[in-house]
Design a protein around this ligand. Structure first.
Ligand code: R5P
Length: 263
């Protein structure tokens, strides 16, 4: 792997642990002002000190994150669809590689939609992005199985998605946790991080999810709603960080959550 790609990945994945806590705040690109992310600057600012990287669009990066911030940006460069449109899978590339370079990003990211009518187009977009990433030394994160594809969330399907993304050249892959998750990790030759998905019933469940994913080989989380839609987002990210970066058992992390939340 070339130096620039390695260096940027080392900004995202803590070299001491090999793991990352990415804060996903890109949801507005198809959901608009979703709950608790109506004002991205207000949501993001208190969480930045506890995140290893932010996943976001160029609009939110430019307008809602100070350029003096040292937080690595993983720039979403796909979109062109909305929650009220005909298909969430019909994504194209929305941001040029030149703009990603100008924004000094640590990685670029896009979704692939395996198993949909847009499979070929999104996979070829990934190939194009990887070619550009290799040219300029910027890693590419492939996001698998969002939207309707969630219904197919089992190890067989997610292994298929992750492996295809890695074969095309993605430098790391984001997917969902599932039963037999270790099979997804074992059959994917690049690091796998997990999304959180919609907010879970109890925050303890979120910590358990992060814990189980790490125990089965995930290299971190790229989590959004379970952190910033929580009643206590700072307590939430600090305790997820405890699990991912400090090997905290779930009970201890939940105690940390409760104490930071003032419960
Ligand atoms: C989905 O396409 C978005 O990229 C989100 O970043 C992703 O789903 C992770 O956020 P959450 O933990 O809220 O699912």
């Amino acid at each position: 792997m070339q130096w620039g790609i390695k260096n940027r990945l080392a900004r995202i994945f803590n070299p001491e642990t090999g793991r990352t806590v990415m804060l996903a705040v890109d949801h507005g690109y198809f959901l608009g002002p979703t709950r608790k992310l109506e004002n991205p600057r207000e949501t993001i600012a208190p969480l930045i000190p506890y995140a290893d990287a932010l996943m976001l669009t160029r609009g939110v990066l430019r307008n809602c994150v100070d350029p003096e911030s040292r937080i690595p940006a993983v720039l979403r460069v796909s979109g062109g669809v909305s929650i009220v449109g005909p298909s969430l899978a019909d994504e194209g590339l929305t941001t040029s590689f030149e703009d990603a370079i100008r924004l000094n990003v640590s990685a670029v990211t896009m979704s692939i939609f395996v198993g949909t009518e847009h499979e070929r187009e999104t996979l070829l977009n990934l190939a194009e992005l990887v070619d550009q990433g290799e040219t300029y030394g910027i890693p590419v994160l492939a996001v698998t199985a969002v939207g309707k594809e969630l219904e197919k969330r089992d190890a067989r399907f997610l292994s298929l998605c992750c492996r295809i993304a890695a074969e095309i050249g993605a430098h790391y892959v984001k997917t969902y946790y599932c039963e037999d998750f270790e099979k997804v990790v074992e059959s994917c030759p690049v690091p796998v991080v997990i999304a959180g998905g919609p907010q879970l019933d109890s925050f303890r469940d979120t910590l358990q999810l992060a814990h189980d994913a790490i125990a089965r080989g995930a290299r971190g989380v790229d989590m959004g709603r379970n952190i910033w839609q929580d009643e206590h987002p700072v307590a939430a990210i600090r305790s997820v960080r405890g699990v991912v970066q400090e090997n905290m058992p779930v009970d201890e992390a939940f105690e940390l959550y409760r104490s930071v939340a003032g419960r």
